[in-house]
Design a binder for this molecule. Structure first.
Ligand SMILES: Cc1ncc(COP(=O)(O)O)c(C=O)c1O
Length: 367
């Protein structure tokens, strides 16, 4: 089989995406010292977990021929996805157009533009997130050479995490003789929660897998209720088609103010500069651990770093502390890093283990 320049580029990109460190966060809560685990996704190429999805979606589309050389990539996104598709799409030689709600942070818009992509802001009156999707679809209807990744309904989004994030968590914990009892992640598209969940449940059917949502916009648990919240990247006004609520355990709600306070505590106490959804995920992880028992092995993801939130409440000092918040009860003590391990290299071209995993996935009937 011949190797094309795109194959070579994909190979190079895949070596700078995924296989991130796993942080062991030690904290004191309700009288006991405990540890939860979080993938440090700021180590990906553009600094967020969405690189995994964007790379895998484009790789799959390239392999199947759906993505033709030079075709425009158009996607609706609240930010990180846009940054990932812009960087990876441009590296592969594609023009990129990103449709996004106009209330997303300035840093995100500027970053997307810095990669040479076009940004089309969509106001609440134009339909916000749902309007962004409609506009991307309309562009593809006018021009047959537009590729729509459709991250909310693309099975390759889930597969990206089933193939990388899930195994990484499992095998990194295995180096310490640990096995996962529970996983929790905020749901944007749901790719992370569904994909990691699928891999972990294939190892142990009884692993708890919880989606997390903002308490101010509990769309997953109510099916419809949409409110305004400040946890950028999650809860985009509808239940994404790739989310199977029957597969997942019950949604866990976290307040956006509590998430902000926890993300700030991670930065000021441990020097871990993370985004707001990472603060939410840590709160969700310790709630789940509190339910399963202080020694339960619970994992989550720190989806991105704090640099895209410099104009948001994350870096202001005036976040009110409400009575039901958990952050004031948590004392962050220290953290350790579980290294990347050979088993999680994810190198599909050169690693026999991964070639076998991939062959098994390809042989599976489409879901
Ligand atoms: C900061 C942040 N956290 C969490 C998520 C949610 O990830 P997923 O789309 O896999 O559910 C996203 C998705 O864009 C994000 O940008």
């Amino acid at each position: 089989m011949s190797t094309t320049p795109t194959d070579l580029l994909l190979r190079g990109l895949s070596r700078s995406i995924g296989n991130t460190p796993l942080l062991a966060i030690r904290y004191r809560f309700r009288g006991t010292e405990r540890t939860v685990y979080a993938k440090s996704e700021q180590h990906n190429l553009t600094g967020s977990i969405k690189d995994r999805m964007a790379l895998h979606v484009l790789r799959r589309a390239h392999e199947s021929g759906v993505l033709r050389p030079g075709a425009r990539i158009a996607e609706a996104t609240s930010g990180n996805t846009g940054i990932s598709f812009s960087a990876i799409g441009r590296a592969l030689g594609h023009p990129v157009t990103i449709f996004m709600p106009d209330w997303m942070s300035r840093e995100r818009v500027d970053l997307i533009r810095s990669f040479g992509a076009d940004v089309v802001p969509v106001s609440r009156e134009q339909g916000g997130f749902v309007g962004s999707i409609a506009q991307a679809d309309a562009l593809a209807e006018q021009d047959s050479d537009v590729f729509l990744p459709h991250q909310f309904s693309n099975a390759a989004n889930v597969e990206a995490h089933e193939l990388t994030t899930g195994p990484e968590i499992w095998y990194q914990l295995e180096t310490r003789g640990l096995h996962v009892d529970g996983f929790i992640a905020g749901v944007g598209t749901g790719g992370t929660a569904m994909g990691v969940g699928r891999f972990l449940r294939a190892q142990n059917l009884f692993v708890r897998v919880h989606p997390l949502e903002p308490a101010e916009s509990p769309t997953l648990s109510t099916g419809c209720k949409v409110g305004q919240h400040r946890i950028q990247g999650i809860s985009d006004e509808f239940i994404p088609p790739i989310v199977d609520l029957d597969f997942l355990d019950r949604p866990v709600a976290v307040s956006d103010g509590d998430a902000i306070l926890m993300a700030r505590a991670l930065a000021t106490r441990l020097g871990l500069g993370v985004g707001i959804s990472s603060g939410a995920n840590l709160i969700g992880a310790l709630m789940l651990q509190d339910e399963l028992g202080p020694d339960a092995v619970v994992a989550t993801v720190f989806s991105d770093d704090n640099k895209k939130y410099l104009t948001t409440a994350l870096v202001r000092d005036d976040e009110p502390v409400l009575e039901h918040y958990l952050t004031p009860e948590v004392e962050l003590l220290s953290y350790d890093v579980l290294r990347r391990v050979c088993r999680t290299c994810g190198d599909l071209e050169e690693c026999q283990h991964w070639a076998t995993v991939r062959a098994q996935l390809d042989a599976r009937p489409a879901s």
